[in-house]
Design a binder for this molecule. Structure first.
Ligand code: ADP
Ligand code: MG
Ligand code: ZN
Length: 482
């Protein structure tokens, strides 16, 4: 039995994404990932007495850009607030965040699950600073005898994007998150390196009896950093809550953590409320007035976003599936557009990119960002197929060769003698030999077994190392077999 037989899940996600600035939100320290512990720090981000924050304008630019990409309203007036709590990774004992007047609100992203689409609402998005990182001497907090703290990440700008509780299945949650991350990546507001923790999710989930209108009590699972973790965690947590409800007990509203190794969620603490944080306006920063010219200037810098790109690719003749795959990766989508400039046959380009080229990149552990085959080289190779200079089969070899040597396709074809054989005289000679060597197939074909022709074509291709022009081979074979 699964929870879905009796209950419906309701889920809303808070997504924290690192904004792609060079320096931190309130000081000039670098935001670069890694580095020797506590080297990307200064008195401001360490919260030493007497220092004052200065807001990084680029943080606001990127927050506006993200808001526009997510169909949000951009506030005309916005301010920072202090969220007070104590933890060793937070040197100031408060996080500078935004409370009642966030920079963005009321947006949405399209959620598509198996061809069905709906809007996933975004309640708000606000700017805040990241905290530091505890470093335990052992493998985990329980196995270590001491812990240190690395403040390199303290003060890195974040945008927290809070969704409406609109998701009703694990698939919808994943679809929402993938679309959200893709939009942020395309818009260039974050580098979205999930493996470096630049995107993190807090997942809120509750169950309610099927048909019920009211929401149930939710739990919040903090700090998930991959789609797989979100999926596994939700699959576990929904079943856990269902078991609690089935026993006639109540779900406790609490904050939980996902234990990747055990594959379970564990209780961390009962849920904190806003009043626990004693929010108050940040006295060291002036509020911001965002005039509409500023917003329009940022809007003008928005690139084509994934949904628009998918529609455009469908308009070029790609299926929804193909358009989805190509746009799922920003670099791949850019690569596609570049090849199309020189060779505008969408289907053919998509096939080569999704098929042979992706396979080569996977095998070589590379990505479209650093693809050794330049877009013009793939386009040139496709033109050579069209002109009959190489066959589609030989092209696969040519592509491998471009991939490993970086040479242009024309040079490779010439060097390796891969030019297609279109000389009828030469082909006739080879074909006569093939027929003489395969009397049984010849007899089969003449006796009505059409399939034998395919075998004979194969033998000719083999004899020419795939270089024979297939149409010519077919034509000559048929003539000779009459
Ligand atoms: P908090 O600030 O305490 O985390 P919010 O009201 O801002 O609480 O909600 C946080 C997230 O929880 C939002 O994404 C929201 O959509 C989601 N949420 C709220 N209520 C429920 C519920 N009953 N079940 C599932 N998700 C919920
Ligand atoms: Mg929360
Ligand atoms: Zn600093």
């Amino acid at each position: 039995m699964s929870y879905q037989d009796k209950y419906e899940m309701v889920c809303g996600v808070e997504t924290h994404v690192e904004l792609a600035t060079k320096t931190k939100i309130f000081c000039g320290c670098t935001t670069e990932f890694g580095g020797e512990q506590n080297t990307h720090v200064c008195p401001v981000c360490l919260g030493l007495p007497g220092v004052l924050p200065v807001l990084n304008r680029e943080v606001v630019n990127l927050a506006i850009k993200a808001g526009l990409a997510l169909n949000c309203e951009i506030a005309e007036f916005t301010k920072f607030d202090r969220k007070n709590y104590y933890y060793p990774d937070l040197p100031k004992n408060y996080q500078t965040s935004q409370y009642d007047l966030p920079i963005c609100k009321k947006g949405w992203v399209e959620i598509e699950v198996i061809g069905k689409s709906k809007k996933g609402g975004i309640t708000r998005a606000h700017m805040e600073e990241d905290a530091g990182k505890l470093v335990h001497s052992g493998d985990s907090i329980t196995a270590s005898d001491s812990s240190g703290v690395d403040y390199n990440r303290t003060g890195v700008p974040l945008l927290e994007i809070v969704s409406e509780p609109d998701m009703r299945s694990v698939d919808e949650v994943i679809a929402y998150l993938q679309e959200l991350v893709q939009i942020l990546d395309y818009a260039g507001v974050s580098d979205c390196r999930m493996e470096q923790g630049s995107v993190r999710f807090d997942v809120n989930v509750s169950l309610r009896p099927l048909g019920s209108k009211d929401f149930g009590t939710r739990t919040e699972i903090k700090n998930l950093n991959s789609f797989t973790a979100v999926r596994r965690c939700l699959e576990y947590e929904t079943e856990r809550q269902a078991a609690v409800l089935d026993k006639g007990e109540k779900v406790i509203q609490e904050t939980r953590t996902w234990d990747e190794n055990q594959g379970v969620t564990l209780s961390l603490r009962t849920k904190e409320e806003a009043h626990d944080y004693r929010y108050f306006p940040e006295p060291d920063l002036v509020p911001l007035k965002i005039d509409r010219d500023w917003v329009e200037r940022i809007r003008a810098t928005l690139p084509e976003l994934p949904a628009a790109k998918r529609e455009r690719l469908k308009g070029l003749g790609l299926s929804a599936y193909e358009a989805g795959i190509i746009t799922s990766n920003k670099a791949m989508a850019g690569y596609f557009d570049q090849v199309m400039q020189k060779y505008p046959e969408a289907k053919v380009v998509a096939n080569w990119i999704m098929g042979d080229l992706s396979a080569l990149l996977n095998a070589g552990n590379q990505s479209f960002e650093d693809c050794p085959v330049k877009p013009y080289q793939l386009a040139d190779m496709l033109l050579m197929i069209d002109k009959g200079e190489i066959s589609g089969k030989i092209a696969k070899t040519v592509l491998e060769e471009i991939y490993s040597s970086g040479k242009d396709p024309a040079a490779i074809v010439k060097e390796k003698g891969l030019v297609q054989i279109k000389d009828e005289g030469a082909l006739e000679k080879i074909i006569s030999e093939v027929l003489a060597n395969n009397p049984k197939s010849v007899a089969d074909y003449r006796g009505g077994k059409e399939k034998a022709l395919g075998f004979l074509v194969g033998q000719v291709m083999k004899a020419t190392q795939g270089k024979a022009n297939p149409e010519l081979v077919n034509k000559i074979l048929k003539e000779k077999l009459k």
